[in-house]
Design a protein around this ligand. Sequence first.
Ligand code: BGC
Length: 764
Amino acid sequence: MRHASVSLVAIAIAATCAIAASVASSPTLSQTVPDAGEDRFVDSVLALLTLEEKVGQLTMAPVEGTQTGPRMPQGGEAQIRRGLVGSFIGVTGPERTRALQRIAVEESPHKIPLLFALDVIHGHRTIFPVPLAEAASFDPALAERSARIAAVEATADGIAWTFAPMVDIARDPRWGRIVEGSGEDPYLGSVMAAARVRGFQGARLDDPESMLATAKHFAGYGAAEGGRDYALAELSERTLWDVYLPPYRAAIDAGVGSVMPSFSAVDGSPPHASTWLLRDVLRERLGFGGIIVSDWSGIEELIPHGVAATRADAARLAKRAGVDVDMADGIYADSVVSLVKRGVIAPALIDEGVRRVLRAKYHLGLFRDPYRAVSTERAGRVTLSVANRAAARAAGRESIVLLKNDAHTLPLSRSIRTLAVIGALANDGRSAIGPWAVRGRPEEAITVLDGLRRANPAMQVQFAAGARPEGSDTTQVASAVALARGADAVVLVLGESAERTGEAESRASLELPAGQMALAQRVARASRGKPLVVVLMNGRPLAIPWIADSVPAIVDSWYLGTEHGNALADVLFGDYDPGGKLPVTFPRATGEVPIYYAHTNTGRPTRSDDKYTTGYNDLSSTPAYPFGYGLSYTTFSYRELHLSSDRIGMGDSIGVSVIVSNVGARDGDEVVQLYLRDDVASVARPVRQLVRFRRLSLRAGASDTMSWKLGAGDLAFHDLRMRYVVEPGGFTVYAGTSSAATLESHFVVTGDTLVLDEPPPRMQ
Ligand code: BGC
């Protein structure tokens, strides 16, 4: 408080008790009804500000080369001094953030502290598996832990606001940003979204190790047409509500502090200008009370979208829709003051946004300690610590998915004397850490090659790149083949480099490029009779039909982060039994995407003996690997799927249990999955939907009984009139090791249709 102005000190002292009480009792920012003491404080600060200073609080300035869009950096110390900037994206480091904060709290007119924001997506300096990989762990505790560690490191670096988690459902792997989310399923996506919010925000936001999280990109960004980034999302309202919005609801329920609108127009309306999406749906229906922060230049892009003619027009539309903070394009700073003065924007629209920003700063404890205990000492202590690296290694191991393991090729024997490691990605630290590792350093990553070398120092490990990830060049294939021939075992690393995934990295083809295919075919031929393992490094499902048929063992390692190579070596040599499961369906060919397990019933369900059923005539109707699929070095069996009753009354819950046994010879992890099908409803429903899962470790020979309760919320959907209902009738429950589970049981819900919610505001 030493640096606060007289006016703020007085307000702060008067409100101290209320502040402390409200922060303690209300850890969530998304609640719509703020605490009275907090409100008084925020209103008193608001009353001090000129219109220009209010717009300053709504302005997030970019610096230090973080831009992902076309704008040049702006902002800086002069603006802080004049109170014309409320937050920054891209300033990091204890000295730099403290220096700018000092200007704000000592030299600006009202000494309002700054917020420093950054995309801390899957780790800060210690990089964890990319979010899609972490979703493959089916372990929300793991996702919470890694988000927490990211927060601990990032806050020590001065960051108080992250633009994560991305909670967009993605069913089209051509879309490069599928890597940033939890895959195709709304339930898994919701569980992971909530876990990550809890991790970033902690139990209390004013804990200096907690930071504000952002659920993004609201909404339907993952439905970009053809998988082309930024393209239109042509969504039905039912699909929006039943598939794309649940993870947002989960994030909001977990208290997420901010939400970022999507770049992609939904039904013709860009979200940054959509009062329906931001006010009617997000604020009113979903009850979100935190900050709506624009995406990078998302407001300015209303012009090329063709819904705004000028920058001022874009500002007006975004403000009307309720975008609070303008990230990077400076458009509010340029236009809003004159729009208010001309009566085009009501002053109340400005105040609502400023209140939210001040409230966030208040919840983060910035008015009490603007520096949030940031210091070089703390940063040095917590950054890339031994414990953080160990956590990243554990997260990496859990995220690996074993796709194929014929004849027990894996685990590899420790008595192998020479191991050939082939593929450029094996030696690529940048790909180990994956996309969106803003402060991660490739040189600190354990590559596949490093990891295998460390795992067994007595083993001779030789490396050949063989082929680059992109292109058709085969000039280096011969030397890789020679290496394979001379080795006892071969690890062949294939896939896509991290630079080829993420934002603006859509692909028209999920097949491997010609160079890698030639390498795979020739190395496989040269490796006959010896253990050959293909390790995939990828940020999306790939179509690998030849490899799936021809190679004995396949491991999907995604991008596992700083400890990639160590985590992978743990699995390949059997120190850890893989238990990850696919959070997204793997197609056989690009032409069948979007392909996802929870597709809607058709009148002609696929039947191989009947031509007039849904599917392709040049491809099997089953995916290469289904959602939820993943093998282990041991084997699990399921029996006795038991329901507490075969009939329940409307609104009642039902107990479900199943016995899972490890019938193999090794200890291992299994993700027990429970799916539900609504047999007859007023609208065509998904063929099945994940409703529960649990990852458990079982010793060889051990069994466990999993029990769950399913209630109305698990059976509900949006009916023909868009009411959220449970309808009477039959349901089928499936339990098993993937979305293809066949163990089933049935129950009937009796009574009248239960309306849980009236229709949401219609799309407009
Ligand atoms: C992305 C956001 C990100 C922002 C700031 C944008 O291009 O769409 O997800 O948070 O940049 O880096």
